[in-house]
Design a binder for this molecule. Structure first.
Ligand SMILES: *[C@@H]1O[C@H](CO)[C@@H](O)[C@H](O)[C@H]1NC(C)=O
Ligand SMILES: *[C@@H]1O[C@H](CO)[C@@H](O)[C@H](O)[C@H]1NC(C)=O
Ligand SMILES: *[C@@H]1O[C@H](CO)[C@@H](O)[C@H](O)[C@H]1NC(C)=O
Length: 265
């Protein structure tokens, strides 16, 4: 009886030991397959990022960044018929003034009716005249220009501004030091007054056109033909706003005039 039991027991142990071995082997095999699968997936994700991401492409030294931008919906609208009216309102420094001029040039590629006014000289009648309002500001401790904000506060809900377009441009000292906050603050105010809010003409000017004048570029180094850091044209030279930023301002002015023209039809 005891002998039989003990024999049974050892046979069971032997069988369960074999099963354990098979199980371990299966787990090891499946883990191996899993690791190989993950490695392949990661490689293909990495390749897709390098090939398809504009942000990665932009770092290439051949600098084909601008040409690779998808054309926006309105790019085929070459010219309006000079009936669209654009109002640009800003106070601020000499750089902002230059930047605003570029926004105006972009709008003028669509219509001749472009007006730039200082907040102290812009009235509600100018806003009612305009099909599109473009607000420009420097960055004041991550807030918009107090003069511009005071002017915005004079707009009234009494008027229907709901078929007009609005957008923003900003001249900033630093990256991540309020530039996007100022743009979105201005857009928020425009939304309160029922404007149709429009951004710039590329994904790099999604909330409007901006120029960074006090910071950059990041440390530049090249490996395998890939430039790590900012392209040189982003960096201010001779105290001038780089063309890279001017293009965004022009694109914004042109796009807002195109959208306003389409809305008039
Ligand atoms: C708009 O006006 C400008 C300046 O007067 C003129 O050069 C342009 O041809 C006009 N465009 C159209 C489409 O009438
Ligand atoms: C406002 O308009 C007046 C009269 O046209 C002009 O003299 C003045 O310089 C303008 N102010 C600003 C800040 O543009
Ligand atoms: C200009 O375009 C507007 C909007 O499409 C249209 O109402 C107007 O008749 C056009 N004017 C001329 C002179 O073509």
């Amino acid at each position: 009886m005891y002998g039989a039991l003990s024999l049974d027991h050892s046979t069971k142990t032997k069988y369960s030991f074999q099963r354990m071995n098979i199980l371990l082997l299966a787990i090891t095999f499946l883990s191996f397959i899993g690791v190989v699968y993950l490695a392949t997936e990661m490689q293909s994700i990495r390749e897709q990022l390098l090939v398809n991401q504009p942000a990665f492409k932009s770092m290439r030294i051949d600098n084909t960044f601008a040409q690779e931008m998808p054309q926006n919906l309105f790019s085929t609208t070459q010219h309006g018929n000079n009936t669209t009216q654009i109002l640009i309102v800003h106070a601020g420094d000499a750089w902002l003034k230059q930047f605003g001029q570029q926004v105006a040039q972009g709008a003028k590629s669509i219509t001749k009716n472009v007006k730039i006014l200082h907040p102290s000289n812009a009235t509600i009648n100018d806003v009612l005249w305009a099909d599109a309002l473009v607000l420009g500001s420097n960055v004041y401790n991550a807030n918009p220009d107090p003069e511009l904000l005071a002017w915005l506060a004079t707009l009234s809900f009494h008027y229907d501004l709901s078929s007009k377009v609005a957008s923003a441009f900003v001249l900033a000292g630093g990256i991540s030091a309020g530039e996007e906050l100022v743009m979105t603050s201005l857009l928020h105010a425009a939304l309160i007054f029922q404007f149709i809010v429009v951004g710039g003409d590329t994904w790099t000017s999604a909330f409007g056109a901006s120029a960074i004048m006090g910071e950059g570029p990041f440390h530049l180094k090249t490996t395998n033909n890939i430039l790590h850091g900012w392209p040189n044209e982003c960096y201010r030279q001779n105290n001038e706003i780089p063309q890279y930023f001017f293009d965004k301002a022009f694109g914004l002015g042109r796009r807002i005039a195109q959208v306003a023209t389409k809305l008039k039809v």
